[in-house]
Structures are given as structure tokens and as C-alpha cells.
Ligand binder design. Structure first.
Ligand code: NAP
Length: 485
């Protein structure tokens, strides 16, 4: 990459994080390297359990001493959305460098994050309780009842590396809208998007310091301390099922929202528009090198259209530009780490050893990036079908009966989003009723998401719905008020 400097970050210094009303560099530091070429991007504090403890105490005090009225939440979020749009290029470059997300895709993420804050502001603007019809029974005669939506308390947020800005906005935006102070732990590979967003919120948007503190450090230390803390009322976690369900088990008395992994299936019926499906999957299977929780992974295509579909997909995938994420032309870049790249490559090799064929990709480019890979003749037991690949690989299976395809799609430990391409409304509605997922898409890829929709999964994909309006409900308590008139 021509220039490795994240705007506003000194690569040689430890970048301080907001903590207890000031900015701390901690006693120890973690280095952050670019996944594409291992260049040093900077250093962040390696905080410990004591720092988490202090941050939570400060947040709790802020909620007590300085509760944020609704109009201030709206004002802060409106300002943040506007400034994020203004600084879109700075944020896009940060995402591009720390996550190896191609710059055009990174710009899309920055724009989406601004939208997430706008929807959070809209939720804050209209947040209200409801009137309870107490006089509907004779015991309630003469009484008036209503509910108030009050902040649940201190929120602990833990975020993954793959959307280092927008998934953080999906936690901070609703928390601000709900009036909750947040202590956030970003992924260690991608902390700078969070730090820059926090800087903007506190220094330029009027968010009181007690309402946002960032605790960088390892998941096992800082993450666990946040999960264990008795004064954290809610944990909002996005990441892998292994860590997520471990958190749920560790904090039985807390509200814990989990957004986890997936191995998204798409079914292509013979009456469906398979050319459009191929064109969409060329993007949906390989954007950010497949490192999206709803990356299209399992492709179930009817035998009658399989040849045409695979040929169209392969042609599209051959046209993808692989390389430096900072180049305007790049479509696919490096995975988050060498070890992840090697794991994904091994899964491809194992599939081939078990009888599948690689029709494009499967190897490394000159700069060590795993090429976008299409596997055919895949079977459900292979890791590339059974587990979450989280890499630039799609696995094609063929079928003859629609019911079989639905059954194969459902045969998974995950349940985030699934899709079907068909021109038959009856089949579409049958899929909507049969596919056991948080979201079912028709004539669209399972990778599609709008930030205001209820988004979340079943089974190993999680236990909650994100989207500002939905998460704000989780982050508030309904307090009942009864007045004897
Ligand atoms: P991860 O390894 O589970 O890490 C996620 C976060 O958890 C990181 O901040 C990590 O910190 C932290 N962590 C690790 N161990 C912890 C512990 N014991 N206690 C508390 N926190 C801990 O996941 P990832 O590799 O960053 O992200 C990829 C996964 O996220 C995939 O499975 C993907 O499908 C899923 N995802 C889901 C959604 C969704 O909305 N459903 C969206 C995006 C991603 P360190 O970085 O310090 O280890």
C-alpha cells in the first residue's frame, strides 16, 4: 500500500482511548498491523480488568449525575451522522487499512454507519412508552397507567473485526438513543475505527465523556472483565458463536444480545432468474473476501440450470480484481490474518480430497491473497458447507426436488438469513414459511441488509435482533407508572 498512515493516528505513539473523562494510553500497548502487508498501523493501550472496573464505575456515575434527556440524544446523533458523512473518506481509509476492506466497499460501510446513526436519532426522537388501559377492569377504576422507557443501565459492547465502523455504530447509536452509557471493547485487529468514532462523538458532537469509554485489550482480559462486571446491565456482542455462547453462559443474570455466525444458503429454482443470481453472488460471496456474517456461502442450484448458472458465476468471479485494498479497482483483498487464510485454504483442499472440484480460484495470488474460489460437487458434510467459511469461497450443490433444497438449507446449526430465487409466488411463500432463519429473502441474496431492519438469527447465529429501533427496546426498561386520579 502506498501510504499506511491512518488519518489522525500516529503509528509510532500509543493512541489513547477515552477513559474516565480523559484519555489514557495505559501501561502496556498492543500493536496493530495491516492485514494486507503487515505494515505497522499503530499501537493501542492493552488495558486490564482494573481499567474496565474504573470505566464501568465512571459510566454508572454519569448515568446517575447527568441523565441524557431525549432531545440531547437526538442532537448528538444528528450531529454525529452529519459529521460522519463529512469525514467519510477518513473513516473509509481507516477501515480499508485496518481490516483490508477494499476502499470502495469501505466507503459503503462509512455511509451505512452514518445511516445507522440517522436511524438511531429517529428512534431517539420518537421513543415513548404506552398508555396502559387500567380502567378496562373494575380493579383499575379511577386509575391512570402508562409506561416510561428508561435506560437499562451501563451497556457493555463487544465488536468484531469485519465491520469495524458500522457494527460499532449499531451498538453506540442505539445506546445513545436509549440514554445508556457504553463501555466498548473493539476487536484487537481493528480498534482505530472505534477510537476515531469515539473521538468524534465526544469532542465534536457533545456526548458527555461518561457516556462512551473505549477499553482496548484482549478479549480474554478486557472482554471477560466487562462480561463479569456486576454493574454492566446488558452485553451486546457481535462475533463468533464460540465466544458469544461462552458470554451467555458466563452472565446468566444479564441481558445478553448475541449476533453470531452463519453459512448463508441460497436456493436457485429453474424458474428463477439464475443470471441475476450469478451476478449478485459474484459480489455477495466475495465482498470483503467473504468475511461477512451473511456472506453467500452455500449455493443450492437446480440441476436443470446448474451448468448455465455455474458458467455465469465463474465468468463473473474471474473478472474480480484481487489485491491491495487501497487500490480503487480492487474487489477482493486479504483475509484478516495469515492463519485465517491458511485455514480457509485447507478447507478447500479438504473438500477437493473428499470429491469436490475447484472451478475457479483455490490458490494464492503473488501477494499471498487467497483467490476468490468456486467449488462444485460439494456435499453437506464438507466443512465448506457445514461450517462458516468466513473466506472468499462459495460451495455449489445441485438438487432436483425443491423440498430437498429447502431441507438441505435448513440442515445447519446456523440460522441468520437464507434466500431463494424463483418466479413462482407460491414457492416463494413456501420458502418464507419453511426456511428456519431470522430473515428469508426472495429474488435477492441472503447477504442483503438494510440497517433499519430487524436483523438477527436463530440457533448458533444468535438470540436477538439488531437495527436501532429493535436494539433500543432491549436497551431500555419499561417502567410502569400508576396514578390514582
Ligand atoms: P470473535 O473472535 O468472536 O471476536 C469478537 C470480539 O469478541 C472481539 O472483540 C474479541 O476480542 C472479543 N472476544 C474474544 N474472546 C472473548 C472473550 N472470552 N470474552 C469476551 N470477548 C471476547 O469474532 P471475530 O473473528 O472478530 O468476528 C467474526 C465472527 O463474527 C464471525 O463468526 C461472524 O459471522 C460474526 N459476525 C456476526 C455478525 C452478525 O451480525 N450476526 C456480524 C459480523 C460478524 P479480540 O479481538 O481481542 O480477540
Amino acid at each position: 500500500m502506498s501510504d499506511h498512515v491512518i488519518p489522525g493516528i500516529d503509528p509510532q505513539a500509543v493512541t489513547p482511548v477515552p477513559h474516565r473523562g480523559g484519555w489514557t494510553a495505559g501501561e502496556h500497548a498492543l500493536e496493530v498491523h495491516a492485514p494486507y502487508d503487515a505494515a505497522l498501523l499503530g499501537r493501542v493501550p492493552a488495558l486490564g480488568a482494573g481499567d474496565v472496573d474504573a470505566a464501568v464505575a465512571y459510566a454508572k456515575q454519569a448515568l446517575h449525575d447527568d441523565p441524557l434527556p431525549q432531545w440531547r440524544r437526538v442532537d448528538i446523533l444528528d450531529r454525529a451522522a452529519a459529521l460522519l458523512i463529512e469525514r467519510r473518506e477518513q473513516f473509509a481509509r481507516t477501515i480499508c487499512l485496518e481490516a483490508a476492506k477494499p476502499i470502495r466497499t469501505a466507503r459503503g460501510e462509512a455511509e451505512r454507519a452514518a445511516g445507522t446513526l440517522q436511524f438511531s436519532a429517529a428512534t431517539a426522537r420518537t421513543l415513548s412508552g404506552e398508555v396502559v388501559p387500567l380502567e378496562g377492569s373494575n380493579v383499575g377504576a379511577g386509575k391512570i397507567g402508562f409506561t416510561l422507557r428508561v435506560p437499562i443501565g451501563v451497556v457493555g459492547a463487544i465488536s468484531p473485526f469485519n465491520f469495524p465502523l458500522n457494527l460499532v455504530a449499531h451498538k453506540l447509536g442505539p445506546a445513545i438513543a436509549a440514554g445508556c452509557p457504553v463501555v466498548i471493547k473493539p476487536a484487537s485487529q481493528t480498534p482505530f475505527s472505534t477510537i476515531l468514532l469515539a473521538r468524534m462523538l465526544i469532542e465534536d458532537c457533545g456526548l458527555p465523556a461518561g457516556y462512551l469509554q473505549v477499553v482496548t485489550g484482549s478479549g480474554g482480559t478486557v472482554g471477560n472483565a466487562l462480561v463479569d462486571h456486576p454493574d454492566v446491565a446488558l452485553i451486546t456482542f457481535t462475533g463468533s458463536p464460540e465466544v458469544g455462547w461462552g458470554i451467555r453462559a458466563r452472565a446468566p443474570r444479564k441481558r445478553v444480545g448475541l449476533e453470531l455466525g452463519n453459512n448463508a444458503p441460497v436456493i436457485i429454482e429453474p424458474d428463477g432468474d439464475w443470471r441475476t443470481a450469478a451476478a449478485k453472488i459474484k459480489v455477495a460471496g466475495f465482498a470483503h473476501a467473504g468475511q461477512s456474517c451473511i456472506s453467500t456461502q452455500r449455493i443450492l442450484v437446480h440441476r436443470d440450470v446448474a451448468d448455465g448458472f455455474v458458467a455465469a458465476l465463474v465468468e463473473g468471479v474471474r473478472g474480480l480484481v484481487v489485491g491491495d485494498p487501497a487500490e480503487e479497482t480492487t474487489d477482493v483483498s486479504a483475509l484478516i490474518s495469515r492463519s485465517e487464510r491458511d485455514r480457509v485454504k485447507t478447507w478447500v483442499e479438504e473438500a477437493v480430497a473428499a470429491g469436490a472440484r475447484v472451478v475457479v480460484g483455490g490458490d494464492l495470488t503473488q501477494d499471498g491473497v487467497l483467490a476468490p474460489t468456486v467449488i462444485v460437487d460439494a456435499t453437506p458434510a464438507m466443512n465448506v458447507c457445514a461450517l462458516e467459511v468466513f473466506g472468499p469461497v462459495v460451495a455449489v450443490q445441485t438438487y432436483t426436488a425443491y423440498e430437498d433444497a429447502l431441507a438441505i438449507a435448513n440442515n445447519t446449526r446456523y440460522g441468520l438469513q437464507a434466500a431463494v430465487f424463483t418466479a413462482d409466488i407460491g414457492k416463494a411463500l413456501h420458502a418464507a414459511r419453511t426456511l428456519d432463519f431470522g430473515g428469508v429473502l426472495v429474488n435477492e441474496v441472503p447477504t442483503w441488509r438494510a440497517d433499519q431492519m430487524p436483523y438477527g438469527g436463530l440457533r448458533d447465529s444468535g438470540n436477538t435482533r439488531e437495527g436501532p429501533a429493535y436494539l433500543v427496546r432491549e436497551m431500555t426498561e419499561e417502567r410502569l407508572v400508576i396514578i390514582q386520579a
